[in-house]
Write a protein that binds this ligand. Structure first.
Ligand code: GDP
Ligand code: IMO
Ligand code: MG
Length: 430
């Protein structure tokens, strides 16, 4: 029974939500393994649009189990809001959602601390400071919140450190007592959903069920492999699946990268193929490139082969899903970055520093556009020849097949290529 990872191959917002929702029909369980409510995964079903933040996109499929793994940081207030908004739409969230007892908590003072740290254009959800406490061995797990006396001790130790920071900075202390009471109040509604998720997932696998792992953010935002320090604070690459869910590598059979047919980035940080001119504005307009969580305009640019080769290297992509092909329909020619020029030499290597990435010069090849609508096409044969040539160009340069092509936000606006490695993974071949 093949278990498959679906993750972002660029800087996030690649269309993971749509793809996870579509493919989850074939799986029994969908597991998030990192991040928090900094994610915004959009799923359009008919005239309804859902934006999932902390809850796996699989929740939209009745009967499928959705799991928040130990690798996430959970803000209970944000979680409750998300649960209630989905329940108001008739979904049985509490019947399908399971949360790891080893996931860590986000507290309001994490959001406050974020406003004090270096501005890299974060989502201001308290994600980074919560992970800092986890790595600093001060963080608090959900399991600890559910044991009142244990929580009291752990909370006192945590806020002692926060009070020291407030005093050192000369800012007013948050009302730690009120926050504690608020969190103690969360314990009761959280309790029925909290479980040993690693055990739950591994038992499901042992019983022959199929599991899909849903990445948040994207490989270039990964704390280790991304454009540090302009990254998120979790492991958004395939390696994060094992640490963030408790499922061993031996139980994972395929890794699928989701990539736009171009590229976007929200927040600060290097972006070699960014187009700050009219062509970039047109991509933003046609692709409706505004953040699904913060509403911020996304920076837009051209497909970056060295970047994709790098994210493929660190994730081992079996296949790529290319989304938003339709956004390029208007172009006479499509620039594709095929290499980075460094000191006169062209390379596909990814620099390890932001300064290095900022100093490269992208080398472009211009691929002919197709200048006809691909919006909503669902059969590969129906794509214009030049659109197929564009995809073949990406395949040859990245070395990874384009197993699926998305031509619109709806489930049925998707082409799954027959005979692809992706098709075989989805059909449960290993
Ligand atoms: P995620 O974070 O990776 O799930 O992506 P987001 O939901 O933040 O952003 C992707 C946006 O593109 C959403 O508004 C989707 O509805 C939309 N979308 C996904 N696939 C396609 C596509 O193939 N074409 C178009 N035009 N829109 C798409
Ligand atoms: P999905 O799952 C795009 C970016 C932020 C910022 C950096 C750090 O929808 O693809 P953080 O709040 O995580 O500490 O911010 O990471 N970022 C995302 N960009 N898509 C996301 O999620 C993102 N989650 C965080 O804009 O640059
Ligand atoms: Mg998003």
């Amino acid at each position: 029974m093949s278990n498959v990872v679906i993750l972002g191959a660029q800087w996030g917002d690649e269309g993971k939500g749509k793809i996870v929702d579509l493919f989850s029909e074939r799986f029994d369980m969908v597991v998030r393994y990192q991040g928090g409510h900094n994610a915004g995964h959009t799923v359009r079903i008919g005239d309804q649009t859902f934006v999932l933040k902390l809850i796996p996109s699989g929740i939209l499929r009745p009967g499928k189990r959705a799991v928040i793994g130990n690798g996430l940081v959970v803000d209970p207030a944000a979680l409750l809001k998300e649960i209630e908004s989905l329940e108001a739409l008739g979904l049985n969230v509490r019947g399908q959602l399971f949360i790891s007892n080893r996931a860590h908590l986000i507290f309001p003072f994490h959001r406050l601390l974020e406003t004090l740290s270096a501005a890299i254009g974060t989502t201001s959800r308290g994600i980074g400071p919560s992970y800092e406490d986890k790595i600093g061995r001060r963080g608090i797990r959900l399991a600890e919140l559910l044991e009142p006396s244990h929580f009291a001790d752990r909370y006192e130790a945590l806020v002692e450190e926060k009070a020291l920071i407030a005093r050192a900075l000369g800012i007013p202390e948050p009302d730690f007592g009120a926050i504690r009471a608020e969190y103690e109040g969360y314990a009761e509604w959280l309790r029925p959903m909290v479980c040993d998720a690693a055990r739950l997932i591994n038992e499901a696998i042992a019983a022959g069920q199929r599991v899909m792992f849903e990445g948040a953010q994207g490989a270039m935002l990964d704390i280790d492999h991304g454009t540090y320090p302009f990254v998120t604070s979790s492991s958004a690459t395939a390696g994060g699946v094992c640490t963030g869910s408790g499922v061993p590598p031996t139980r994972i059979h395929g890794v699928v990268g989701v990539s736009k047919a171009y590229i976007t980035r929200v927040g600060a940080g290097p972006f070699p193929t960014e187009d700050r001119g009219e062509a970039g504005d047109e991509l933003r307009k046609r692709g409706n490139e505004f953040g699904s969580v913060t509403g911020r305009p996304r920076r837009c640019g051209w497909f970056d082969v060295p970047l994709l080769r790098y994210t493929s290297l660190v994730n081992g992509f079996d296949s790529l899903v290319i989304t938003k092909l339709d956004v390029l329909d208007h172009l006479e020619e499509i620039p594709v970055c095929v290499g980075y020029r460094v000191n006169g030499q062209v390379t596909c290597d990814m620099p390890a520093t932001c300064r290095g990435l900022e100093s490269i010069e992208p080398v472009y090849e211009r691929v002919p556009g197709w200048k006809t609508s691909t919006a909503g096409l669902a059969r590969y044969e129906d794509l214009p020849g030049r659109a197929r040539d564009y995809l073949a160009f990406l395949e040859s340069r990245t070395g990874v097949e384009c197993g699926c092509i998305s031509t619109g936000p709806e489930r049925n606006q998707t082409i799954l290529r027959s005979g692809s490695r992706l098709e075989s993974l989805l059909e449960d071949g290993v």
